[in-house]
Design a protein around this ligand. Structure first.
Ligand SMILES: Nc1ncnc2c1ncn2[C@@H]1O[C@H](COP(=O)(O)OP(=O)(O)O)[C@@H](O)[C@H]1O
Ligand SMILES: [Mg+2]
Length: 245
């Protein structure tokens, strides 16, 4: 099993779209894939897939008696994947969001322990993808610590470059995790160059800004609904590079 975490310094870099499409693309190639949403502060994937289980990632992280298999929803039919795709959704209710932010250190450590236990529980799965919240929230830190490979997503504005650079220097260095960079929503080749001049981790993809991505919204899964679109090609290439580097 490979655990792949999609993370960034700032919000709005395109993590959720990338996670969703990478998981679908992987489920087209593999037998069993899980996509777990760890952006507990701004849940989004419930817009694409309905929760038919009534339990959330929040419950799994908080309660020892909730197994991941109790919360995973099979979305292979909706996503039209060749192999099985299951999702664990973050609870979008405000009370749940507030609770996830307010957790103390003990609860956060428990979250890490719970997350690490998925390796045992999901034995036999081919790939697990974590979508995260930006920056160093506990849920994101835990997702990074649990991962085999990390995709760090950045845009090319100055604040994002500075912040991503600091995130790598102060958090990633020393972790010794395979970490690659995606520059997303790129308008000109110079924009990618500006990022790679400053950020010295392997570049996995430079993905242009396509207006069709926000226009299509959360009900379109590009890799399956628009396989000929260049964004879908970018995703396929990114998945291959991520698994190979
Ligand atoms: N390559 C792209 N081109 C244009 N818009 C994009 C691209 N990738 C993502 N977006 C848009 O950017 C916004 C943020 O994307 P999202 O995946 O929600 O980011 P995050 O999860 O990092 O906050 C959304 O409106 C999405 O449609
Ligand atoms: Mg997101």
């Amino acid at each position: 099993m490979q655990v792949i975490t999609i993370h960034s310094y700032k919000g709005g870099t395109g993590k959720t779209n990338l996670s969703l499409n990478l998981a679908v693309s992987a489920a087209n190639r593999a037998k069993r894939v899980a996509l777990l949403e760890l952006d507990l502060e701004s849940p989004a994937i419930y817009n694409t897939f309905k929760n038919t289980r009534g339990k959330w990632m929040n419950d799994f992280l908080e309660k020892d008696d909730v197994k991941l298999k109790d919360i995973l929803t099979d979305v292979s039919m909706t996503a039209k994947t060749k192999g099985a795709l299951e999702v664990g959704l973050a609870n979008p209710e405000m009370s749940a969001v507030r609770k996830s932010i307010g957790g103390d250190r003990k609860e956060q450590l428990k979250g890490l322990k719970r997350l690490m236990s998925i390796r045992e529980e999901l034995k036999g799965y081919d790939y697990v993808f974590f979508d995260t919240s930006p920056g160093v929230t506990y849920a994101s830190i835990n997702a990074v610590l649990t991962a085999d490979r990390i995709i760090l997503v950045a845009k090319s504005d100055r604040f994002d470059i500075e912040g991503t650079d600091r995130l790598i220097a102060e958090f990633y260095e020393g972790l010794e995790k395979k970490t690659g960079l995606v520059v997303n929503r790129v308008l000109t080749p110079q924009m990618t160059q500006a990022v790679t001049e400053k950020i010295k981790i392997p570049l996995l993809a430079s993905i242009p800004c396509y207006c069709e991505v926000p226009i299509a919204g959360s009900h379109t899964i590009f890799v399956n609904d628009k396989p000929g679109h260049p964004y879908s090609q970018n995703i396929e290439e990114l998945l291959e590079r991520t698994l190979a580097f």
